[in-house]
Design a protein around this ligand. Structure first.
Ligand code: HEM
Length: 511
């Protein structure tokens, strides 16, 4: 503690000495200093709350580090500047690329410039096709039905808590993996041993990679293949062996029956068919990187949001009932006390029309993302000196962060009830969802690099939520228990989401 304080003071002293040396000559209006990176380390376990407290004092501020400033903002005009107006000046940068490369490779998440543009174009095309939309809807519906089956068994036992966060993580991994690679992983059922090993390695690598951001010695450890880096190497090998085996198998299938293969709808098969037309346009490593990036992008984010959504609904039973009623109305499964439709019968009703009618559910999920954004703070590297719209100067090499979590809690953006969960704030007088500016509601980022899977994520979350709330009522296992955060790249809960699951009667009341 004392040494951290001493280091903090040293950083401040160095900063003040530099200022004294430069005098007033050409002095720029840099953002106010709210602390140093050491304060952040001291507050690591509650980083998002700490950043929120600082953001209440300064809309834009910086934290000193030995090499650069970490700049943080909640000002929508600044966010628009970083993400759109001066897009070319802010990117992933070399440091982030290095840290994430073993896991993400040169996938869309981890590259800038021409490499990013090429993948964005190819992926945007795939995501806009009807084939992928219909295929993914089918996968989401089947996975949601499988999940409901597992939850029903747990509910029937009654005496044991069900960890919904764990089940949701496994479900979203299964569905995104099937859409990406066309293979059933079996993470939810635990039916496939190799799939389970992949899922474990994938979780481990995602955690280990975050650790690198704070471990100054990670490169040396990797070179020596020791400690956390030896584990990272093992995880990455398991992931790669599994993914390359899937790719090889697909190539074999394609060689065996071109005609049959052309009907395949998963992303890997679509890319392999593209490669047939233009051999040499990309290699297997490219395929591994781009599809694995989708799995990473789409898995924790959707499962995390659904977990926070259930958590909030456990603490707001009237909102839970309202969503359940809307689901019944939108699917035409009636509001009488007639026997409820079975899962299979119900998922057949979940077509595009029914999903788009669920405006209150859409608002409740969006409200969840406003208060619990899956990516709570997002960093960009500044490529050259710049000035933000609020007049603050940024130096080349600074790390500039827009902050979805603190932004969701700012009264100047959302009014006095900013911290209240109120889906109605997203609805007009007719109950229709009204979107906000993406520079104010920043959960999906904004500008040219806005989340590519936004529509996809809403569809998945709405299908999962509809199936779960049609069949069950959820309560916290321990009444009044609150969930905290785990320091991760995405906003994870700091423990299992233990709930009590009860069957729901058609009227929305308890059976
Ligand atoms: C609740 C769910 C989701 C949230 C909140 C979310 C949020 C985000 C955010 C904040 C970014 C920007 C990350 C950065 O570059 O720093 C992003 C990028 C991205 N997301 Fe999502 N995401 C979600 C679900 C998904 C899903 C389901 C997919 C695809 C299956 C997906 C695909 C992507 C891709 C490919 C990018 C990179 C875009 C680019 O760099 O051009 N996301 N997402």
């Amino acid at each position: 503690m004392d040494s951290l304080l001493a280091l903090s003071l040293l950083l401040l002293a160095l900063y003040l000495a530099r200022r004294a040396l430069l005098g007033n000559k050409g002095r720029k209006n840099y953002p106010p200093i709210a602390g140093t990176v050491l304060h952040q380390l001291l507050n690591f376990g509650r980083l998002v709350e700490y950043q929120t407290e600082l953001s209440r004092k300064h809309r834009t501020y910086r934290m000193l580090t030995p090499t650069c400033s970490y700049v943080y903002t909640v000002e929508p005009a600044n966010v628009e500047h970083i993400l759109r107006t001066n897009f070319a000046n802010y990117g992933k940068g070399a440091m982030t690329h290095d840290v994430l490369e073993d896991l993400l490779g040169d996938g869309i998440f981890n590259v800038d410039g021409a490499k990013w543009r090429h993948q964005r174009k190819a992926a945007s095309f795939e995501f806009s096709t009807r084939v992928l939309r219909e295929y993914s809807t089918g996968v989401f519906r089947d996975t949601a039905a499988e999940l409901a089956g597992i939850v029903a068994v747990a509910a029937a036992r009654g005496e044991r808590a069900v960890d919904m966060q764990d089940l949701l993580m496994r479900s979203t991994l299964d569905s995104i993996f099937q859409i990406g690679f066309g293979v059933r992983l079996g993470a939810l059922s635990g039916s496939n041993e190799e799939g389970a090993a992949f899922a474990r390695a994938f979780d481990d690598a995602s955690e280990q990679v975050l650790y690198r951001f704070f471990d100054l010695l990670w490169k040396a450890k990797r070179l020596l293949n020791v400690s956390s880096e030896a584990a990272m190497k093992r995880s990455v090998r398991t992931i790669n062996d599994f993914v390359y085996a899937v790719i090889d198998k697909k190539i074999e299938q394609m060689a065996r029956d071109q005609h049959e293969f052309a009907k395949k709808e998963d992303i890997l098969s679509r890319f392999l068919l593209e490669r047939e037309k233009d051999p040499g346009c990309f290699d297997n490593k490219y395929l591994r990187d781009i599809i694995l990036n989708f799995v990473i992008a789409g898995r924790d984010t959707s499962a995390g949001t659904l977990s926070w959504f259930l958590y909030v609904l456990c603490n707001n039973q009237h909102i839970q009932d309202k969503v359940a009623r809307e689901v019944r109305e939108a699917t035409g499964t009636g509001d009488s006390d007639a026997a409820p439709a079975g899962v299979q019968e119900f998922i057949e009703c979940l077509d595009e029309d029914a999903i788009s009618k669920m405006q209150y559910l859409h608002a409740a999920l969006t409200e969840t993302l406003r208060l619990y954004p899956a990516v709570p703070i997002d960093v960009k590297y500044c490529f050259s000196d710049d000035t933000l719209p609020d007049g603050h100067a940024i130096r080349k090499g600074d790390m500039v962060n827009y902050q979805p979590y603190p932004m969701g809690r700012m009264k100047f953006l959302w009014g006095d009830d900013a911290e209240e969960f109120r889906p109605e704030r997203w609805l007009d007088d007719d109950g229709a969802f009204v979107p906000e500016s993406p520079y104010k509601f920043t959960a999906f980022q904004a500008g040219p690099r806005i989340c590519l899977g936004k529509e996809f994520a809403y569809r998945q979350m709405k299908i999962f939520a509809a199936v779960l709330l049609y069949l069950f009522r959820f309560e916290m296992w321990e009444r009044n228990s609150t969930m905290g955060f785990r320091p991760m790249l995405t906003l994870k809960m700091d423990g299992p989401l233990n709930v009590r699951v009860l069957p729901r009667r058609p009227s929305g009341q308890l059976a």
